[in-house]
Unconditional design. Structure first.
Length: 113
């Protein structure tokens, strides 16, 4: 089970921090990350982080978003700064384990201009 939180309404230029905690019997986590889906658009990858703390970002968020994780808590975070209206979307966390992938339920981020 993945539980995402931290979404909300923010003005352009503001910041939000998303969290996603994994619970239950999830073993051998390889990577965690965030996707987003804006209205009328396909879901897109935002950022990922491996167990070795190697990160990867979509070009559209580089320099503004930072992904991190707490392995002891099986939690991944997404610090979002300098938010833009085009960042408005439902954000989903994802966990890649050795035998299965898991999706969180999504948290809505709305950036007003």
């Amino acid at each position: 089970q993945l539980q995402a939180s931290g979404g909300g309404l923010v003005q352009a230029g503001g910041s939000l921090r998303l969290s996603c905690a994994a619970s239950g019997s999830i073993f051998s986590i390889n990577a965690m990350g965030w996707y987003r889906q804006a209205p009328g658009k396909q879901r897109e990858l935002v950022a990922t982080i491996t167990s070795g703390i190697i990160t990867n970002y979509a070009d559209s968020v580089k320099g503004r978003f930072t992904i991190s994780r707490d392995n002891a808590k099986n939690t991944v975070y997404l610090q979002m700064n300098s938010l833009k209206p085009e960042d408005t979307a439902v954000y989903y966390c994802k966990l890649w384990a050795t035998t299965k992938d898991y999706w969180g339920q999504g948290t809505l981020v709305t950036v007003s201009s």
